[in-house]
Design a binder for this molecule. Structure first.
Ligand code: PRP
Length: 210
């Protein structure tokens, strides 16, 4: 039988994704070991797991290099790829927020141009231009975004808040909530047809677990 390929996101969702597939009876625990391997196969279920950077999961799925993907809604919103979002998996719950020093709260309701740093420039643009109709300058960063308002690089940030610990430890606050986030199951548009039965069965099994 042809393998069904599932792209899992490295990082904060990796452990929870592996937990989900382990509960389904998949042999995929090796993914979390210190191995440098990137492809893992479950011969029994004819599943193949790929471990990729979170931001690349929608790319693998859109182009069909993976039939299925598990990725955060933040990545989906940022990437805007052509694929099916099939299921809210319910784990990895957190929020996309505008954060900064408390004194920036008022400026978010003024007409002055703010500088916004983020790993998510599209989400930031959509929120500020689309929803708030505010003129901003976006500065794209790759990580440790909380540093930006602390060093004067930006006024505020648009970033993920989970426990709120990173903000608290850096003297920053949630100023506005952009949207709630959680892990999603995504499916390639062609695979959704050619592998319809297997994918529906898998989704059914996942649904009964969550
Ligand atoms: C994320 C996010 C925040 C932090 C939020 O960063 O960008 O910095 O986690 O989590 P908390 O509310 O539980 O503190 P990540 O750990 O992915 O690292 P990065 O900033 O280097 O990308």
């Amino acid at each position: 039988m042809k393998y069904l390929t599932i792209a899992l996101a490295k990082g904060r969702l990796a452990e929870l994704s592996v937990e989900l597939f382990t509960k389904l009876g998949c042999d995929c625990g090796e993914i979390l070991s210190k191995t440098r391997k990137l492809i893992f196969t479950d011969e029994k279920r004819a599943l193949r797991f790929l471990l990729v950077k979170a931001g690349d999961v929608p790319t693998y799925v859109e182009y069909g290099a993976a039939d299925i993907g598990v990725v955060g809604r933040d990545t989906l919103l940022e990437e805007g790829r052509n694929l099916y979002e099939m299921l809210d998996l319910g784990f990895g719950r957190c929020r996309m927020c505008v954060c900064g020093p408390a004194e920036m709260r008022e400026r978010l309701n003024s007409t002055s141009t703010m500088r916004v740093a983020s790993k998510y420039p599209h989400i930031a643009a959509e929120y500020f231009y689309g929803k708030k109709n505010m003129n901003i300058e976006i500065i794209k960063l790759s990580g440790s975004v909380e540093l930006a308002p602390l060093t004067g690089l930006s006024d505020v940030i648009v970033d993920i808040v989970e426990s709120g610990k990173t903000l608290a430890e850096n003297g920053l606050e949630v100023l506005e909530e952009v949207c709630p986030l959680s892990a999603r199951l995504i499916v390639n548009r062609v695979s959704a047809k050619t592998e319809r039965e297997r994918i529906s069965r898998l989704i059914g099994e996942i649904r009964s677990l969550i």
